[in-house]
Design a binder for this molecule. Structure first.
Ligand SMILES: Cc1cc2nc3c(=O)[nH]c(=O)nc-3n(C[C@H](O)[C@H](O)[C@H](O)COP(=O)(O)O)c2cc1C
Length: 379
């Protein structure tokens, strides 16, 4: 059998296959309070499989950490039952549930942060968007974090992990990708600090290390993963030398013996065309620096997923959009069944339609079986 469908050890877990649900913010919490909704539990339960890993959409660790109205968060007691229902739905089918934890940093707006200015490592002009009651709007101006405040955010990560654990999640993923706060510290286009959190890369990863250590203090390293996007451009993020920066990040993460490193590749197309000419990331320079499992994500199709795992460049593949419309994606990939196309218009916000109403693949009934069915009905 192809390696993609073989077992693999990921931290504390023995997974039965290597098709992972990529975290996807779908803006379907109940407002006010970002309460995880019953349709979210349905969605994640439908995508659970025996021994399969699901990484649940980014949950903001505090009110100040929010970026998008309707997105998930985990910082108050009123959210506990909703999160527990999601973890329970996944466990009911024998799945493994990790919750991604996020601080949005400068990708935010005062209307979603409780009136406080968004924060970042440094004040660097940024013209991104946040989602408020008025729709997508330009972000609010941000301010640079004071040193003492940084400790407070690290503590928010720790408390959020405690809440995730209490709700029943098997582990957590630190969102250090896509230009949010941890990424803003790592990359030098957004980090111009002159204290111990800025300057050389070893200083720029300090906030990632401290946040990671906070999560590890709750879960243990073998139940914590980290997501990075070395070639990402979302959130106006940039680095003067991504290869050097993220090789260092990978080495630092390796030293913690975390459960996995989750890497967003440039969007590779089926024909292996590379997005913006970037080389595939894990392939070219991260693998030698990280000895644990690597999850690759970003633009994978069945063939490219089979290949990246077979070649040993990555150990698992996370699927986002295809999983959104194929709740039984691991089976469909294994048996090479057709995929239902995803519906982009329903990605961000809405109800159950084109969210939790995608059926599993229905195999055509063989002629002899259909005859049996008719006979049974006739009895
Ligand atoms: C609707 C939507 C929401 C997303 N939300 C998140 C998120 O919460 N956290 C994250 O790390 N990535 C997020 N992503 C990125 C996906 O996890 C994934 O990396 C991306 O979709 C590329 O993988 P794909 O080609 O398999 O869809 C999101 C993507 C989509 C389409």
């Amino acid at each position: 059998m192809a390696k993609l469908f073989n077992t693999v050890k990921v931290g504390a877990f023995s997974l039965k296959h290597r098709v992972v649900l990529s975290p996807m913010t779908r803006l379907r919490t109940i407002q006010p309070g970002d309460i995880p909704s019953p349709m979210m539990a349905d969605f994640y339960g439908q995508r659970a499989s025996e021994g399969g890993l699901e990484i649940i959409e980014a949950a903001s660790i505090s009110e100040h950490a929010r970026s998008y109205l309707g997105a998930a968060s985990i910082f108050h007691d009123g959210q506990h039952e909703g999160w527990k229902a999601i973890a329970d739905a996944i466990h009911a089918k024998g799945g493994i549930a990790f919750l991604q934890l996020i601080h949005g940093g400068r990708q935010s707006h005062v209307d979603v942060t409780g009136g406080r200015l968004p924060v970042a490592p440094s004040e660097v002009p940024f013209d991104g968007v946040a989602l408020t009651k008025d729709g997508f709007v330009p972000v609010s101006p941000h301010r640079a974090l004071g040193r003492d405040e940084i400790k407070g955010i690290v503590e928010d990560f720790r408390v959020a992990a405690e809440r995730a654990k209490k709700a029943g999640f098997d582990g957590v993923e630190l969102h250090a990708a896509n230009g949010y706060l941890v990424d803003q510290f790592i990359q030098d286009g957004t980090n111009q600090r002159t204290d111990e959190y800025g300057g050389p890369v070893d200083n720029r990863v300090r906030f990632m290390r401290e946040s990671l250590e906070a999560l590890i203090s709750v879960y243990g390293a073998d139940r914590v993963g980290v997501r990075i996007s070395p070639s990402g451009e979302w959130g106006g993020i940039s680095d003067s030398n991504p290869e050097a920066t993220f090789s260092h990040v990978a080495r630092v993460l390796d030293s913690y013996e975390i459960a996995y490193l989750h890497v967003i590749e440039p969007r590779i197309k089926g024909d292996d065309t590379l997005h913006h000419g970037h080389p595939t990331v894990a392939a070219n320079y991260l693998r030698p620096h990280f000895s644990g499992p690597i999850i690759a994500a970003g633009g994978f199709e069945r063939d490219s997923a089979l290949e990246v795992v077979e070649s040993g460049v990555a150990d698992l593949v996370a699927f986002g959009r295809h999983f959104s419309s194929n709740p039984d994606l691991p089976v469909r990939l294994k048996d090479n069944l057709p995929l239902t196309p995803y519906v982009r218009a329903a990605f961000w916000g809405g109800d159950e339609k084109n969210y939790s109403d995608f059926p599993a693949y229905e195999r055509p009934v063989a002629e002899d079986e259909s005859n049996v069915a008719v006979d049974v009905e006739a009895v």
